[in-house]
Design a protein around this ligand. Structure first.
Ligand SMILES: Cc1ncc(COP(=O)(O)O)c(C=O)c1O
Length: 354
């Protein structure tokens, strides 16, 4: 329901949005010209880094809070708690300020001071806790859940297994892509953390296209999902690890579980290709993006080559490189990850940090 203040602006013909939450979504779909020319296909990136909190997770954050409000689990003045080390916490901190809730974040104490500081600057109460395995009751996710149990009018948003996350993308991101391409989308591909983006967008596009749009998963090394999908449902051991953040999974989350049977295929993208694409997107498209976005673009190029010339492939540009720049553009860090040689000579000018 529109608030009185908002309806009066609408009546007066203003083309504004209402506050932070009104600015979430409706992001542009960017035609990636250089890569499209190179492949003979049409490759598009959904500019989720343009959400007001800077990432695709603003949609999920708003979705889980709205769902809790609609179900009267969260009442005015309440508290939202989540276990997160990244973009979801940032999205939630913004949404909580905008809607008058307290935001409490539990995160592993291995995270950078910048992340802790940023969440605190956004008004969240941050609890860095020892980084222990999921099986250990002291794991940050379980501590977030227990905090909610122990405090009144407090909800644990549980981003991995709360399907309000998927629903947010089903209602917004998916239909936006369909509208923006006028239904000409042969395939959608992205990586997953919670699985909310892939499942929500995938469901919407499959329904709107009556099953014609293919939906693929792109995985970083160290994640089990690509092998799970390609082997028809066997959870294989994790091998390797990745420099990408916010993506890769060791289990089928509830968000992914409701869509996993409909996924058409999956493949793993090596870190060498992802880091090279971070630099290539800067050089050829002027886009300054994080490694998960770069991985998505590598995957969309590979899928476009499989589908052939003239195909339309859409992926997600999840967030900007700002949150990772001290790593992605540092010589020392690239060396420490054995990735220095992955950057071609003509792109080395972007490695400006020691
Ligand atoms: C940078 C980045 N990319 C991609 C994702 C994956 O999105 P989802 O959780 O919807 O699968 C995340 C999730 O936190 C993220 O932080």
């Amino acid at each position: 329901m529109l608030s009185a203040a908002r309806t009066s602006f609408v009546r007066r013909g203003f083309t504004t949005v209402h506050g932070f939450t009104g600015a979430v979504g409706n992001t542009p779909l960017i035609y990636l010209k250089h890569l499209s020319e190179k492949t003979g296909a049409h490759i598009f990136g959904k500019a989720e880094f343009q959400n007001p909190g800077g990432s695709v997770k603003d949609r999920a954050a708003l979705g889980v809070v709205r769902d809790a409000e609609d179900r009267a689990l969260l009442k005015p003045g309440g508290t939202v708690v989540e276990g997160t080390a990244g973009n979801t916490g940032i999205g939630l901190a913004h949404v909580c300020r905008a809607r008058g809730y307290k935001c409490v974040i539990f995160m592993p104490d291995t995270q950078s001071q910048e992340k802790i500081d940023l969440l605190r600057m956004l008004g969240a109460e941050v609890h860095p806790v020892p980084a222990v395995a999921y099986e250990n009751p002291a794991n940050y996710n379980h501590q977030a859940r227990d905090y909610a149990k122990d405090h009144p009018n407090t909800i644990w948003t549980n981003q991995f297994d709360n399907i309000a996350n998927t629903h947010a993308h089903y209602l917004s991101t998916g239909p936006e892509i369909w509208e923006q391409t006028k239904g000409r989308v042969d395939a959608f591909i992205c990586s997953t953390g919670t699985g909310g983006t892939l499942a929500g967008v995938g469901k919407a596009l499959k329904q709107k296209s009556q099953g014609k749009t293919q939906v693929w998963l792109a995985d970083p090394p160290g994640s089990v999902l690509a092998s799970y999908i390609n082997s028809g449902g066997t959870l294989k051991d994790r091998t390797g690890s990745s420099i990408t953040e916010g993506i890769g999974q060791g289990r089928i989350t509830d968000n992914l579980a409701q869509f996993v049977q409909e996924i058409d295929g999956a493949f793993t993208v090596a870190d060498e290709k992802s880091i090279r694409m971070v630099y290539e997107l800067l050089e050829t498209e002027g886009l300054y993006l994080g490694a998960s976005s770069a991985l998505n673009v590598v995957a969309s190029v590979e899928l476009a080559l499989r589908l052939g010339k003239g195909s339309h492939v859409v992926t997600v540009l999840c967030d900007g490189a700002y949150r990772y720049q001290s790593r992605l553009f540092s010589k020392k860090w690239l060396q420490s990850k054995g990735l220095e040689d992955a950057i071609p000579k003509h792109l080395k000018k972007y490695t400006v940090l020691e």
